[in-house]
Design a protein around this ligand. Structure first.
Ligand SMILES: NC(=O)c1ccc[n+]([C@@H]2O[C@H](COP(=O)([O-])OP(=O)(O)OC[C@H]3O[C@@H](n4cnc5c(N)ncnc54)[C@H](O)[C@@H]3O)[C@@H](O)[C@H]2O)c1
Length: 325
């Protein structure tokens, strides 16, 4: 009988979170709730207060996900010197500003000082690992682990290897994020914006167009999405949906029947808006009308509650760690 494999997270006792902003705090909360000690590296003078406040804010969501939140900050430390911060960790998750030269500098320091076994991941939402790793001696170690905001809640993590990222790093990243309870997806090619944000971008372009043209208001557009494609896509993605849309003939019939009409009648007339002053003013006014009655924190809490209810309804068990009870 082969021995029971060690749970993956047993190999991750300590993490360095580089950049403790929106994404860094969220990763820190999730790591801490999963029993991983966290050291935060961020040059802001008020970083300790910010991270502690951020953790207090996300604790109810972690709790609702079934994760332990008592004494969450007990495993948290701060280290202003980057080389020291990464010197004794098993995973580095970098969430610094979205600037190539800065990320390149950070990663050059990290690779010189992090242990050889450590997983090296950047949360970047747009910069390819290939570019960030250009100046690294061991580019095979760097990988994009791109979360969807907020990482402690949304399951997807896009794993995007650079041209020189090794297979071993890809496997390591996939196993780590899965053990955290995430849904990692490895992309087969490095494309700008990765996949989920490209899709959001394509749809948002049309949303802006439809509102700017006065076809619907922002609130009306949001209602249309949540009562149709939003619900639909939580259950089956666009391809499965249109496979069903083709009836017994499946996707091939859909393409013949409706897809070709979409190609010739719809794709050419999709909008191509710009964020000119008038459009931005209109979008801003409408957002104030539609959402201004509540604070962003209240709206975020409402979103988190509904998101967790949806995940539960779909049979997801976000609090369960892969391979553990
Ligand atoms: N916000 C999102 O929705 C989102 C989603 C997925 C990925 N990301 C990615 O995550 C990263 C961080 O984004 P964010 O929204 O958390 O930004 P943010 O501005 O909230 O946080 C960035 C943090 O980095 C710190 N910082 C600045 N210089 C630093 C340095 N030299 N070393 C360490 N820390 C430094 C800042 O003080 C700040 O606290 C970006 O790469 C972004 O593309 C963001």
């Amino acid at each position: 009988m082969s021995p029971t494999p060690e749970p993956v997270l047993d190999s991750y006792k300590r993490a360095a979170i580089i950049g403790g902003g929106v994404i860094g705090v969220s990763w820190a909360g999730l790591f801490l709730a999963r029993g991983i000690k966290v050291v935060v590296n961020d040059p802001r003078g008020d970083i300790e207060d910010l991270v502690l406040a951020g953790l207090a804010e996300i604790a109810p969501t972690l709790d609702a996900l079934g994760l332990p939140t008592e004494n969450l900050a007990a495993g948290l430390t701060f280290e202003a010197d980057l080389a020291t911060a990464v010197s004794d960790v098993d995973i580095v998750q970098e969430n610094g500003p979205e600037r190539l030269e800065l990320k390149q500098r950070i990663w050059q320091t990290v690779e010189r000082n992090a242990p050889a076994h450590a997983l090296l991941a950047t949360s970047t939402s747009s910069i390819p690992a290939t570019a960030i790793a250009e100046a690294m001696r061991q580019p095979e170690r760097l990988i994009v682990g791109h979360p969807f905001n907020p990482p402690h809640l949304v399951p997807l993590v896009e794993i995007v290897p650079g041209e020189r990222t090794s297979e071993a790093t890809v496997h390591q990243a996939k196993a780590f994020y899965a053990a955290l309870g995430k849904k990692p997806q490895v992309l087969r090619k490095e494309v700008p914006g990765f996949v989920a944000n490209r899709l959001q971008s394509a749809i948002f372009r049309e949303c802006v167009h439809l509102v700017a043209e006065g076809v619907v208001t922002e609130q009306e557009l949001d209602d249309i999405v949540t009562s149709s494609i939003g619900m639909r896509w939580a259950v089956g993605g666009p391809f499965r949906t249109f496979h069903l849309g083709g009836g017994p003939g499946g996707l091939p019939h859909f393409i013949e029947h409706l897809g070709r009409a979409m190609e010739s009648g719809m794709w050419p007339v999709l909008g191509n808006p710009t964020f000119d002053d008038a459009t931005v003013a209109e979008l801003t006014d409408q957002a104030a009308d539609a959402f201004g009655g509540s604070s962003v924190a209240e709206l975020a809490a409402e979103r988190d509650r509904a998101q967790i209810a949806l995940m539960r309804a779909l049979g997801e068990t976000p609090g369960a760690v892969a391979g553990q009870a």
